[in-house]
Design a binder for this molecule. Structure first.
Ligand code: ADP
Ligand code: ZN
Ligand code: ZN
Length: 693
């Protein structure tokens, strides 16, 4: 229906660092609802936009207001909560609203392939419900937690329960309650990694028979991803399970959010895209909507833990702690053993203690998980004659030697070449792989196990799980199935298998490279190591259907067995460990006692990047209020990995004891930086609450 010319504001993807910042003004002769998707002209292009607001009268501007070209009515409207969410993410993380909003829409819509998505919408059928109900009698610990959750419709809860304490059943029972109380309600269940989705999905199907479920993550092909997004957007899917990006879906009747393994760093985008913390945003969103959010972990992040210890943060908010210390069926947690690398005997990277334990477990037909967080054969090739090393030509890191295809691969820029047979510098034939990767570990274990005869003379079966072998979601599911069905005996894996999985026949977990994180510059590295090790230990001794495993063991090879860190770990004293770390951070004003932001700059030369940051720092210092308690801007420094893919990288850190002050400062500062970077010789952005500084 046409009407008088209307004026609307539209959010769209404008080129970075131009003065045209979304939303922009457009006119239209039809009435358009807020949240509608439209195509609008931008320069000579036609681009996707989201209608943000109506103007009550004709704006007084000295340029011509262009007209909306098309309304994409087949997609319907984006819900109001979603628009607010986009606005908040953009503001809090200091990103362009167009970038945040448009990039959160499905790819097929972003590409404006209308006939394609309309066909996909046509094809979309009722979601399947295939599962046999499985009724689990909750334990009294689980029931206590559930009752507290059922008592209220809102609030933020920290479900702190050991690995295998049955947290997943509590989330699902609570979700069931919410979804049955309101026949239109929707729930969101976030997991940190794609490979954890299948397990949660099948358990959710058993627990929530009759309720439609959709999964959303970046491992799906564009078509399936769109269809699942559509099921959420139209309210057809009642439960959405996914990784961090699922939080950006349109879920118009959202009533509850679960963030499983809330401590996991995968919830924070590290590369590319808008860097936001899915956990923090989930908490924000739940508060906005007045709904419940449950964060769960056996090793909570120190930020969340702190808030659950009756400390109200400066916004006056705190989390309610729900504890579930016991494991289901009182299955004992594995015994944690340290092998002192300074004293132990070893022929290879495996200590004799570890080799004999592997033999023992495998002979008992139990499974073994070996964790080493480095893929490839060896992290570097080295010439013993002239000292040549396999450094990447585009990055300031080594290329990793992969023996499978005899290649040198850079894990940062992705470049790869054939590994040389002799030293490219001096021609020496003696070039050696140095250090240990999963490929080599697999080889070492293979050699150790050759000597081993299993029952009936069957060979011992080995599997390597890392991103080089987990090539597709299909492959991942198949590999996990093989582990569950005991078609492998020893699994060599990076950290990917350390968390979340409910394997029932692993009775030995060993970690080979713990010392790397024990001594690192990053103030969060010990927190991460503690959680990695306890999570990894949690994969052992879950003995479900198989049941009667031998006592399970977690073995850590370390050169520092006396370190206080390991005392906390051996006692599984997370509260004690957390307390000691928090005391340290309090002294130093580190999060959660202070707030950080980084200004990052990428340029062709490191001098340009540092120069930009120095200027930015000068501007920042002039803007600082002169009163005592405000922000501190540190001098710029090159990044730890200075060059990646021929881009030189530098950063500077801004620190403040107050989030509000930091945010206000960033608002003003960022506007001035836009003017500073007129020459566009570099790319820069602000990173708020960075995980690594
Ligand atoms: P978490 O999420 O805390 O690691 P899970 O929810 O995965 O723990 O539970 C561990 C195992 O115990 C799973 O195999 C699960 O099916 C089982 N389980 C959980 N709750 C119960 C219960 N009340 N009775 C019997 N088995 C349970
Ligand atoms: Zn050489
Ligand atoms: Zn590289």
């Amino acid at each position: 229906m046409s009407c008088e010319l209307q004026y609307i504001s539209v959010v769209l993807l404008t080129p970075a660092y131009t003065e045209f910042q979304s939303p922009l003004l457009y006119g239209c002769h039809l009435f358009i609802d807020i949240g509608s998707l439209v195509i609008v002209p931008l320069g000579r292009r036609s681009v996707l936009g989201v209608v943000w607001g109506h103007l009550s009268e004709a704006p007084k501007v000295d340029f011509e207001i262009k007209l909306v070209l098309e309304i994409l009515s087949s997609v319907g409207k984006m819900p109001p909560y979603w628009l607010n969410l986009m606005q908040f993410i953009a503001k809090y993380y200091h990103r362009n609203i167009g970038e945040v909003t448009i990039n959160s829409l499905p790819e097929v819509i972003r590409k404006l392939e209308r006939t394609v998505w309309e066909k996909w919408i046509q094809e979309t059928t009722q979601l399947e419900e295939v599962a046999l109900p499985k009724n689990i009698q909750l334990t009294s610990e689980q029931n206590q937690a559930l009752e507290i959750l059922n008592n209220k419709i809102d609030g933020c809860y920290l479900l702190y329960g050991s690995t295998g304490s049955g947290k997943t059943e509590v989330y699902l029972a609570r979700i069931k309650e919410v979804l049955t109380a309101d026949p239109k309600a929707q729930a969101l269940f976030l997991v940190p990694e794609i490979n954890l989705v299948p397990q949660i999905e099948s358990r959710a199907r058993e627990a929530l028979v009759g309720l439609r479920i959709a999964v959303v993550h970046s491992g799906l092909l564009s078509k399936q991803r769109f269809k699942n997004w559509w099921q959420a957007h139209t309210g057809n899917a009642r439960l959405i399970i996914g990784t961090r990006s699922a939080l950006l879906c349109s879920i118009p009747r959202l009533q509850i959010i679960v963030v499983d393994e809330e401590h996991d760093t995968s919830y924070r985008e590290q590369q590319g895209g808008v860097k936001f913390s899915a956990r923090d945003i989930a908490v924000y969103l739940a508060r906005q909507l007045g709904i419940q959010v449950i964060l769960g972990s056996a090793t909570p992040s120190l930020e969340s833990w702190y808030k659950s210890q009756n400390h109200k943060d400066r916004l006056g908010t705190s989390y309610q702690l729900l504890s579930m210390p016991a494991r289901i069926g009182n299955r004992p947690l594995p015994d944690i053993k340290l092998v002192d690398l300074q004293k132990s005997k070893q022929k290879s990277c495996l200590s004799n203690e570890l080799v004999s334990l592997i033999h023992q477990k495998v002979t008992l037909q139990e499974q073994v998980l070996l964790i080493l967080n480095r893929r490839g054969y060896a992290p570097v090739l080295y010439c013993s004659y002239c000292g040549w090393k396999s450094i990447c030509s585009s990055c300031s890191v080594y290329r990793v030697f992969h023996k499978v295809d005899y290649s040198l691969r850079c894990h940062h820029c992705g470049s790869s070449s054939k590994a040389p047979k002799h030293c490219p510098e001096c021609g020496n034939f003696e070039i050696h792989p140095v250090g240990l990767g999963t490929e080599q570990l697999e080889e070492v274990v293979q050699n150790e196990l050759l000597q081993l005869e299993l029952d009936g003379g069957n060979p011992c079966r080995l599997m390597r799980v890392d991103s080089d072998t987990m090539l597709s979601s299909k492959k991942i599911i198949a590999m996990l199935q093989d582990i569950h069905n005991h078609r492998v005996d020893v699994i060599v894996s990076t950290q990917v298998l350390a968390k979340g999985h409910d394997f029932d026949n692993i009775s030995l977990v060993a970690v080979l490279d713990a010392d790397k994180l024990l001594y690192s510059n990053d103030f969060r590295s010990r927190e991460r190591l503690f959680s990695l090790l306890l999570q990894a230990a949690g994969r052992a001794g879950r003995g479900g259907s198989v049941g009667y495993n031998s006592p399970s063991t977690m073995l850590i090879q370390t050169s520092y067995p006396q370190h206080a860190f390991f005392q906390y770990l051996k006692n599984r004293d997370f509260p004690g460990f957390a307390h000691s770390q928090l005391e340290e951070r309090k002294q130093l004003g580190l999060p959660p006692f202070g707030y950080h932001a980084l200004l990052r700059a990428d340029a062709k030369s490191i001098a340009d990047a540092l120069d930009f940051l120095s200027q930015a720092r000068e501007i920042g210092r002039k803007l600082m209020p002169t009163s005592g308690k405000n922000c501190h801007i540190f001098p710029p420094i090159p990044m730890y990995i200075q060059k990646i893919a021929n881009v030189e990288r530098a950063q500077l850190l801004i620190e403040s004891p107050y989030r509000r002050i930091l945010q206000d400062f960033l608002d003003v500062w960022q506007k001035q930086l836009l003017v500073l970077n007129r020459k566009k010789i570099l790319r820069w952005y602000i990173d708020v609450d960075p995980l690594i500084i």
